[in-house]
Every structure is written in C-alpha cells, then in structure tokens.
Design a protein around this ligand. Sequence first.
Ligand code: PGA
Length: 274
Amino acid sequence: MAEMKKGPLSAFTRSPNKAANVLPIPPARQRLVIGNWKMHGDLDLCLETVSVLADVVTPQVGLVLCPPAPYLGEIRRLAQGTRLDMSAQNVAELSGGERTGEWSARMLAEVGCRYAIVGHSERRRHHLECDQLTAAKAQACLNAGITPVVCIGESQLERDNLLTEHILGRQLRHLVQIPGWREVVVAYEPVWAIGTGHAATPDEAQAAHAFIRACLAQTDPVAAAQISVLYGGSVNEHNAAALFAMPDVDGALVGRASLSPQALSRIYTAALRS
Ligand code: PGA
C-alpha cells in the first residue's frame, strides 16, 4: 500500500528487536480466527463444524463460529464443554424496544455469544449502516459484556483513488469516540477482497494493519499496541499462513472458506503455528 505514511509502528509490533528500543514489548495480543457463515449453512453444517473443530481449538488462538442467528442456539448446544466461541453477525445498538427483527447485545450474551460482528461492509452496503451506528453498536456490545469485532475497509474505487488511509482514518475516528474502544477487536476487511478470491497480499495487509495501529496510537499508544487486528477478505487455507506471518495481523475473519470445516481447521492450524 504505497500511499500509506510510515507511522510510529515499529514500537507496536510483536517483533522484539523492533520494539526493544522504543517501548516495552506489549503483552501478546489475543489471536483469533472467526468463521463468518453469512447467510449460509444449516443444522448439518453446525454439527459437522463443531465435530471437526472441537478438538482442534487450543487456548493459544481463539476459534469463533459465527453462524446465522437462528443457529446460535444449536451451536451453543453442540459446542458446550469445548473451547469454541460463538459470535453473532449483527446486533442492535439499542438495549430493547419496539424494533421487530432486531436483537440486543444482552440477548446475545444470554445465549452464549462472546463476540458480535459490527459494521461489516455488507451491513454498510445493503442496510446503509454508517460509522456512527457501527460505533454505537460496538458500545452496546461492550455494555453487555460482548466483544465487538468492528469491520473497516475501503472499496476498490476508494483504493484506486488513493483514499485508503482517508477511509480507514474516518472509520477509526468514529470508533475512538466511544468510551470502550480499547476493548474492541478490529477487522480490516478491504471491500475489494471480500468474496472475490483476491485477498490482499501479506504486504498490503501488513501496511493497512500498521496504519490502523498508528491511527489508534494517536489516541492511546498502549491500547493501539494491544488491540487485535484481524484480516478479512478471501482468506483460505492456502494464503492464511503468509498473512498470519505479518507482525500486525492477529488472525482472520473468514467468510466462504469457513463453510468447509476442514478448510477452517487448516486456517486455524496456520494461525496456531504463526
Ligand atoms: P470472504 O468473506 O472470506 O468470503 O471473502 C470475508 C468476510 O466478509 O468476512
């Protein structure tokens, strides 16, 4: 990502030799692999996924299943007693009320969700969700004890017009206005990479992640060093290891490939080895 400025990033990577002269090495960031089924899957996939993954997951890297909301209860039932975590794909910004078709963060917490995705580009595009609403949803999650996975990223057109930094900066500016922003997980999901089969290269992902961390560091350098930043967009079992080798890539938000439990398992194993 040639247009990105070099920020004070070297102090915030996991690489000890880069960090040593500037700031103490921050505690290891939470590494995560999240399988986002979007509006796919069925009860059979719930069973197959939990059967394949239950024995794979370790405390070193989180493994989170994010099925469509009607299957959360089934995943919870099947995954009981395992280390698998569960996420919702969406949540309301409100704690309750007359909002047919919505659900609150408290409800998600009650049925066992540890995470909720907010601000996915498909929500922004098809449901016109904006940065303010995304930030409000993130805070609603935090209020209910759920970790929001806040998706940000530029479109192809924005990238072509060298607006990547501008877009990421704008999205993050709204995020850091909520009191709990230090507790979120950020997912860098370039819209041009989602569902296209063309993932960002490891260097492109690293440049964007480093920029995200530099933006957050303007508000709080310590928090910026500790926040997990996941990459999402056409991650698969073949490109995962190279992406995870990047110092600022803490895991992945996986869409299509997560519909294959075997592929998700291999992506998870790549994260474990990184
Ligand atoms: P993809 O989706 O892996 O199918 O590109 C990623 C996402 O939208 O979270």
